[in-house]
Ligand binder design. Structure first.
Ligand code: PLP
Length: 397
């Protein structure tokens, strides 16, 4: 029997049958432990079965699960969650619209920008990834991923990444620019401060909204609650998902009050979703936010960034025959190999030592490095030694 979707695992790597998780580890059917250095792809920032998340979820399940399409009879947990989230948001973003996923939140952001500006065009970037429904798909900065499925006419202008001069193309036809602070699937690609400064200025001058997609970069991953704060970018709409739900499906787009009014002025419930803001996911999300704050995990991410930046620089020099360098922010890094086969060989060598790693969708030379925030100092040292041994085995030394 084949189970879909198993696509990204690929035929060359036999799929693991995961039966349980604990902390940073998942366990397969044979009882073997694997440390997941992707955090379930940026989701499990506290690892698996964090006691605070588990307690919150069980408590909520005992009270109620789904009640009503939100907004009609809002559940108390949803209101508490939205209030708590608001205290963490960049200034001026005061309306929270919950969804089930990052993709749905992107769709809500696009709808908002369209009705608020009345403009038909969107700008996205080469290498961008924003999800797979038709609107989000239109934004993807990879023709290979887009063309097979795109039957709707969508007017999206794709600009080169980290090219301040190209941003001159943002003009008064543009409803919004959609951007990731660090391109995840594009290969963990950061952009320079000139890019961010110019982007903010061009959006302001053209009257285009700035939609920042923090589905991967948010919830502390880049060393601040939201990466846009660190980059000193002020979004009109912020899109959240993945880690937000503590392992449960939850997304949100958060926006300025005036934009929320424009959305509601359409006269319909503008972005209806039966399960959006599910009470159990909201309970898990509240617990994750509380643990990150109480355990000062964002400061921990910052400290670990300093450590790993040094390690990656040293590896870049010591193993320059295979490794071209590393790039990233916080605990979101890409190890850049000279050739895709080297990246794949590194993943296999890491796997032989008990680690799960992967490659971003659009960049086969890069290996993603995004551990949960909760590794102990001993685990950090162990990961470093084991991955260096894996690199050494590639470099033939
Ligand atoms: N935006 C970014 C940057 C993502 O990485 C993803 C998913 O990987 C999405 C949006 C879509 O989120 P979801 O898969 O929860 O729909």
């Amino acid at each position: 029997m084949s189970i879909l979707p198993l696509g990204p695992i690929g035929p060359e790597r036999p799929a693991l049958r995961i039966v349980r998780g604990q902390g940073p580890f998942v366990y397969d059917a044979d009882g073997r432990a694997w440390m997941d250095l992707t955090s379930g792809l940026m989701v499990n920032v506290l690892g698996h079965r964090h006691p605070a998340v588990e307690r919150a979820v069980v408590r909520q399940v005992r009270r109620h699960a789904h009640v009503m399409v939100y907004g009609v009879w809002p559940a108390e947990i949803q209101v508490r969650w939205a209030r708590r989230l608001k205290t963490l948001l960049p200034e001026g973003l005061t309306a929270v619209y919950p969804t089930n996923s990052g993709t749905e939140a992107i769709e809500g952001a696009l709808k908002t920008a369209y009705v608020a500006t009345g403009r038909p065009t969107f700008v996205a970037f080469e290498g961008a990834y924003h999800g797979e429904t038709q609107g989000a798909l239109a934004l993807i900065g990879s023709r290979a991923y887009r063309t097979a499925f795109q039957w709707m006419e969508a007017s999206v202008l794709h600009l080169p990444w980290d090219d301040p001069a190209a941003l001159e193309a943002i003009d008064d036809r543009v409803a919004a620019v959609v951007v990731e602070p660090v391109q995840g699937e594009g290969g963990i690609r950061t952009a320079g401060s000139a890019f961010w400064r110019t982007l903010q200025r061009r959006c302001r001058d053209a009257g285009a909204l700035l939609i920042v997609d923090e589905v991967q970069t948010g919830m502390g991953r880049c060393g601040s609650w939201w990466a846009c704060q660190r980059l000193q970018v002020r979004p009109d709409i912020l899109v959240l998902g993945k880690a937000l739900g503590g392992g449960f499906p939850l997304g949100a787009f958060v926006l300025r009050a005036s934009l929320a009014q424009a959305l509601w002025a359409t006269g319909q419930i503008p972005h209806l979703s039966t399960f959006g803001g599910h009470p159990v996911a909201c309970a898990a999300s509240l617990a994750v936010m509380r643990v990150i704050r109480r355990q000062r995990l964002i400061q921990r991410v910052q400290r670990l960034e300093v450590r790993w930046r040094r390690v990656f620089e040293r590896w870049g020099q010591a193993y320059s025959d295979v490794l071209a360098g590393a790039r990233g922010l916080g605990l979101m890094w890409g190890l850049v190999f000279h050739r895709p086969e080297q990246a794949e060989a590194f993943i296999q060598a890491a796997r032989a030592r008990g680690y799960l790693m992967d490659r971003p969708l659009f960049e086969a030379r890069v290996v993603r490095w995004a551990p949960p925030y909760i590794l102990t100092p001993a685990q950090v040292r162990r990961v470093q030694a084991d991955l260096e041994a894996a690199l050494k085995s590639l470099a033939g030394g």
